[in-house]
Design a protein around this ligand. Structure first.
Ligand code: NAD
Ligand code: GLY
Length: 370
């Protein structure tokens, strides 16, 4: 598979009829925002929602680029971190909007990671029953996953993502230059999601990652742009076929049954999403060997790539199996207490299964994770 060249931006189309949109991937895109936004025929006023880490790095550049194109924006920021994905912050931002003279042609830009994207998208979806939404993702996770596909929302004290909607952006501006400032640990965590795409849908991309992962982790722009493009192509294809997750889209939850349970058990503290998903994917691959025909060799390749990328593949002793099972049953992906696992038949092909028993989980947990 040839690497993406960084000269001209790449475009990936998310085909959703009249709500179709482009993901533009490349370098130096923030400075070209006015030109790239132009086909959207936006109004002359909008807001940029960002967080306290990303704002000081990039909001002025984005605001100035838009101003040069005759578009005025107000910057609204929230404290960095998951707690900002809340009704409290949404309410604070929404109550500020009427004073800014926005109208139905105004727009919301999310400049940041998945927290900002989900929160800003929720605001765009609800203010005036929906105004234009543009995603400018700045974490690897947001570039390859959360900015694409239209899941927006906030958390409740009772659980993550319990309030929200599907609301597609009109454009995703994926400027890989923004990754230069991303903390190393966040980069590696996002890389778990990159590996996930290869594992569930594209064996050639998985093999490319095995060869080139170090270049991506070193943030070489052509390698990063190529990885982001491959992931976005896979996600765009899946979302076009199953926008509301009635079937196929669920394969993107590979590693998430165990991963989400681990995150919940530590109260989302000290464990990043991709770190939990890495352990979850390895666990699911061992279940896949037992139940879905995945070869031992391919399961080992997956775990080896995760490990080589600096990610954990085994739940540590703080995760007791019974508490994990309990947390998995409480997850919103479980149906009537029945666990749903995404399993691999082979690298590049996934299936959703409700046939995994507690005994299967216990066996994999005891044999493979200790
Ligand atoms: P995040 O948004 O909290 O960003 C991680 C950290 O990196 C934050 O401290 C942020 O301020 C900082 N940061 C972001 N970009 C930076 C940059 N370029 N330079 C320096 N620092 C930067 O976390 P995330 O991992 O991007 O997103 C996690 C969220 O995404 C979760 O709430 C999860 O539920 C959500 N999510 C949503 C979807 C979806 O489809 N909507 C998919 C996956 C995850
Ligand atoms: N993050 C999985 C999805 O968007 O469906």
């Amino acid at each position: 598979m040839a690497s993406t060249l960084t000269g001209a931006p790449q475009r990936v189309r998310v085909e959703l009829g009249e709500r179709s949109y482009d993901i533009i991937i490349g370098t130096g895109l923030l400075a070209r925002a006015a030109e790239l936004f132009k086909p959207l025929k936006l109004g002359k006023r909008g807001v940029i929602v960002t967080d306290s880490n990303v704002g000081p790095l990039y909001d002025a550049a984005l605001q100035q680029a838009l101003r040069a194109g005759g578009i005025e924006t107000e910057i609204l920021d929230v404290p960095a971190g998951e707690p900002s994905k809340s009704l409290r912050q949404a309410n604070r931002l929404l109550e500020h909007l009427p004073s800014l003279g926005l109208d139905r042609r105004s727009f919301v830009v999310a400049l940041g990671g998945g927290v900002v994207g989900d929160l800003a998208g929720f605001i765009a979806a609800t203010y005036l029953r929906g105004i234009t939404f543009v995603q400018v993702p700045t974490t690897l996770l947001a570039l390859v996953d959360s900015s694409v596909g239209g899941k927006v929302g906030v958390n409740l004290p009772q659980g993550k993502n319990l309030v929200g909607s599907f609301y597609q952006p009109r454009l995703v501006l994926a400027d890989v230059d923004t990754l230069k400032s991303l903390p190393e640990r966040e980069l590696r965590s996002g890389f778990a999601e990159v590996i996930k795409y290869g594992a569930v849908r594209d064996a050639k991309f998985f093999a490319w990652l095995e060869r080139e992962y170090q270049r991506v982790l070193r943030r070489e722009p052509d390698a990063v742009a190529h990885a982001v493009r491959c992931c976005c192509e896979i996600k765009a294809d899946i979302v076009s076929k199953d926008e509301h997750e009635s079937g196929l889209r669920a394969i993107l939850n590979f590693g998430h049954t165990v991963g989400h349970a681990m995150e919940a058990l530590v109260d989302y503290e000290g464990l990043l999403h991709g770190e939990a998903i890495s352990m979850g994917m390895c666990f699911a691959s061992k279940l896949s060997v037992k139940l879905a025909g995945l070869s031992e060799a391919e399961s080992k390749r997956l775990c080896a790539l995760l490990e080589a990328s600096g990610l954990s593949t085994r739940p540590t002793e703080k995760f007791d199996m019974n508490r994990l099972l309990e947390a998995m049953r409480l997850d919103k992906k479980a149906r009537n207490g029945k666990l749903r696992f995404v399993l691999l038949k082979r690298l590049g092909e996934a299936v959703v299964s409700e046939a995994v028993t507690d005994a299967d989980i216990e066996e994999v947990f005891n044999v493979c994770c200790r």
